[in-house]
Design a protein around this ligand. Sequence first.
Ligand code: AHR
Length: 322
Amino acid sequence: MKRIQRRTLVATLATASLAVLLPATSFAQKPIVLGFSQVGAESEWRTANTESVKASAKDAGIDLKFSDAQQKQENQIKAIRSFIAQKVDVIAFSPVVESGWEMVLREAKAAKIPVVLTDRSVNVKDDSLYVSFLGSDFVEEGRKAGRWLVEKTKGQSGTVNIVELQGTVGSAPAIDRKKGFEEIIKADPKFKIVRSQTGDFTRAKGKEVMEAFLKAEGKNINVLYAHNDDMAIGAIQAIEEAGLKPAKDITIISVDAVKGAFEAMIAGKMNVSVECSPLLGPQLMQIVKDVKAGKPVPKRIVTQEGIFPMETAAQEFPKRKY
Ligand code: AHR
């Protein structure tokens, strides 16, 4: 009996002295490891989104493995496979295009690694391949742009010639913003999309394609609908270089509402920007924590957004966070 008591005492003392010797962190839980595959760095929006994801991961104590796909789907697939090989806890990604994800998502599912979609969605038959999708309603953004134009041209009887700068071919925002805009303007035959081409969401391409539109259509263009602010800003340069006044000779409608768009609106060069928030980091980290803890998460979380016509820009600008 005495021997048992002595042994227990020795064991207790050993554990206690170990606790004193080892730093407190040795007893803390291991951080969640999140593999995140970003589209690229194509726009002001994307830069703000990357900053939001990185800062929120740091604040949440999540170990972030960040990979930039440089707007290439094959790079995203490689990154996801590498996250699977590293056995990360959760994978999140913003898919550059909508289709072609089934195989790699099945691989993640087989490895029992939950996948969260952020910003853009995928087109898959089996929606159990991802646990949640956090991001904007791009169709609604297109509708907002269309409704603004309908309102702006109310009572105007002549044809309204529109040129459209589309986002990356096959991407959810390009497909949906086109769809939503067309859904609204088709109600009135005075609206005509005379040219529509991709500018890949970048300033350089936006400028280049707008130059081509101006060459082909001359002074025939009444409205530019750009799927993001960067392309609109590039196009504004092309319009000015062609000797025309943006927002006066050509109405400029854009999407994102980044600071660059507010500057353009304050300078009187852009008419309106539909908001698309890139500040998805905090909500994403919460989803990641919940998923890891085995809590149920909503399948779809839609970001709340507004619309900013140029008349409101100066007042809103100081409040903008991106
Ligand atoms: O997916 C969101 C879109 O991607 C933003 O509107 C655009 O600026 C970005 O590149």
